[in-house]
Ligand binder design. Structure first.
Ligand SMILES: [Zn+2]
Length: 114
C-alpha cells in the first residue's frame, strides 16, 4: 500500500518529506537527480527496460550535459495528483515524476530528520 506524503519542502540541497505514518526524511538533491525516473535519464543510466522501437532510434543530435551544479539545483517542486511529485531542475529538466512509493524507497536510505 502506498503511504501518503503529507508535506514536502524544498531545501537548499534537497527536499524534506513528511509521511502519513509520522516518518520524516530528507533526500539530497543529487541523489534525487541520479534517480530521475524519466525515460531519458533511465536510458542514460543504461536502463532500457522502457525502450520503445519508435523512440529508441539513435538521433544524431548531440545533447550536451549541463554542469553538475545546474543538474542538481532544485528549481521547483509540485504535486502531481495524489500520488507523485514533479521536480524541475536548474538545467530545465522536468520530465521526472517521482511517485510516493519511489520517494519512500529513497527515504529508506536517506538520513532521517528529527
Ligand atoms: Zn530525467
Amino acid at each position: 500500500m502506498t503511504i501518503q506524503l503529507t508535506e514536502i519542502k524544498r531545501l537548499a540541497h534537497g527536499i524534506s518529506l513528511r509521511w502519513a505514518d509520522g516518518l520524516s526524511s530528507i533526500i539530497e538533491s543529487e541523489k534525487l537527480r541520479v534517480e530521475c525516473p524519466c525515460a531519458g535519464c533511465r536510458e542514460a543510466r543504461g536502463d532500457t527496460s522502457h525502450a520503445n522501437p519508435l523512440t529508441a532510434k539513435k538521433s544524431s543530435l548531440r545533447v550536451l550535459k549541463a554542469s553538475k551544479v545546474e543538474e542538481t539545483q532544485l528549481k521547483n517542486i509540485w504535486a502531481v495528483g495524489n500520488y507523485a511529485v514533479g521536480v524541475e531542475w536548474g538545467d530545465g529538466h522536468s520530465a521526472g515524476i517521482y511517485t510516493y512509493d519511489h520517494l519512500r524507497e529513497l527515504s529508506k536510505t536517506a538520513t532521517a530528520s528529527p
